[in-house]
Structures are given as C-alpha cells and as structure tokens.
Design a protein around this ligand. Sequence first.
Ligand code: NDP
Length: 282
Amino acid sequence: MSNPAIQDLVCCMGQPVAGNPTQFMMERAFAAAGLEWRYLTLEVSPVQLADAVRGMRAMGFRGGNFTIPHKVAVVPLLDGLTPSAELMGAVNCVYRQEDKLIGDNTDGRGFVKSLREMTDPASKEIAILGAGGAARAIAVELGLTRPANITVVNRTPERGEELASLLRDKVGIAANSVVWHGDYAVPPTTQIVVNATSIGLGDGQARVPVDAGSLTAEMIVADVIFNPPQTRFLREAASRGCRTLDGLGMLVNQAVIGFKIWTGVDPDPRVMREALEEYLEI
Ligand code: NDP
C-alpha cells in the first residue's frame, strides 16, 4: 500500500494508551472502504495536550478521538463545539471544518444507536448508574430522545445532582438524582437501566451494587463496559429475565459515527464489530 497523503490521518490522543480497540476497528474499516487513511494512537500527557492539538492543526490531521484524561481539557483548545458536546462539556471526537477544529461527542449517540436496536427510549422511565463522562454523554443523548424521566444514581451526591440539573435545565426533561448507598433497589416502573460506572472494567466478577431482586423481566439492562462484555451485572440481569445490551455495540457505533464524520463515507459496521471481537479475543 502506498503512503497516505498527510491529510488523510486521524488520531486518538489519550493517556495511557496501552492498546486501542478503536484503532483496530478504524484501520479495518478504512481498508474495507478502500480508503488509504491511517488512524494513529498517540500517547499525550495533559501538560502537552495544547502542543499536541497545535501539531494536529499544523500537520493537517482530518480529526481525532480524545480519550481519558483529555475529554474536558481539549474543549478550550478547539474552535467550536456541536450542540451536544456543548451540553456535555466534553469532547471525544474532533473533526476539521475548513481550517477549524470542531469538537463533537459520539459516546452517547453510539449508546443510543445500539439501544434503538432493542427499544425506542422516548417516553421511557430510565435509571442511569454513575455520573462520570460516559454517564453524562449517555444521559444527554437519551434526554434528547424525550424520555419520561431519567434518575441519576451516583455515589458522590454533587456529581449526580449536577447531571440531573443539567438534564432538567439544559435538556428540558424530568430528571432527579439519588445518592447511591449500599444496594440500589431499581424502582419497579423503570424500563431501562444503564450501568455507566467503571465497575466491571477488566473484571468479570466485579459487582455493581444493585439489588438483583429489583430487576424484572420487563426491564432492558445495559452496561457500558465492553471488556469483558458479559459483565456480572448483565449476567445477573439476564438470569432475572431482563433483555441485556453490552458495551460492545456502543463502542462500535461511536466508531461508525466518527468514521462517517471524518470521511463522509458509511463504514461497514459488521467489519468493525468483527475487528473488535478479534481484538478482544471474544
Ligand atoms: P469516570 O471516571 O468519569 O466516571 C466513573 C463513574 O463510576 C462515576 O460516576 C463514579 O462515581 C462511578 N463509580 C466508580 N466506581 C464506583 C463504585 N465502586 N461504586 C459506585 N460508583 C462508582 O469514567 P467514565 O464515565 O469516563 O467511564 C466509565 C466507564 O465507561 C469506563 O469503564 C469506560 O471504559 C466506559 N466507556 C465505555 C464506552 C463504550 O463505548 N462502551 C465509551 C466510554 C466509556 P463517583 O462520581 O461517585 O466517583
């Protein structure tokens, strides 16, 4: 394969970057679409983020993903934000519009796209466990679909209430926060439950403190954790008869959305899913 033109590069900036499933998916999808683009994984420390973004501009990168710990810090370094990134105050995907770098957030859209394969979140009662970056992105995108209510359940009260008030004041939906003490009993009217905490990452036995007896067969239970995809939380939910949604779909879909933003081309999601499964040795 010939060397790509320099403008056909996108990157992922994060720290630390041990391995990057998104790079693996993107490179496969570029090849499948016949695009001679490259996706580079770059380890960038927080103190060098501004220089790295300047370098991205100078070298004409088409865009990039920004991951932990840069999703919020990158915001002031950009020229503009999409409305949903503005609401979330966090960016995971940057694209070039002429000579400007625009920040978007595809995490929540990736989640909603995979949830829609099971149900329409509009008018549903939703509980989100967690109030960190992933929870914020998911809550805002779910909020834009006009659910009946979102309950944010979080260990740190201030963070949970901050997200609930964002949903009420900026997204304009009914939302409340609950402080997470001990095992959370999911209210029986809840239709969708999302674990958006980091519990379960890299540990298939880690327990999300939820009263399993409160999960009913009418509920859809989702987890953002993609490695391992069959978390203990999802296994418990399935054993109660719930329909479950793993974090792989969200990860594939945020990549599908990013690919389209950068290249203007619709990638083959099956190629990306297969690449991800190969990468994770599932
Ligand atoms: P953050 O660090 O921003 O937030 C973590 C959240 O988990 C906080 O709400 C925190 O609560 C909560 N939490 C952590 N440990 C516990 C615990 N023991 N008990 C109760 N609550 C706990 O992380 P992110 O939101 O950025 O990421 C969360 C997860 O989402 C990660 O595992 C990440 O891999 C995954 N993710 C998956 C994606 C996908 O495509 N599938 C995309 C993006 C992220 P508190 O506020 O009290 O500290």
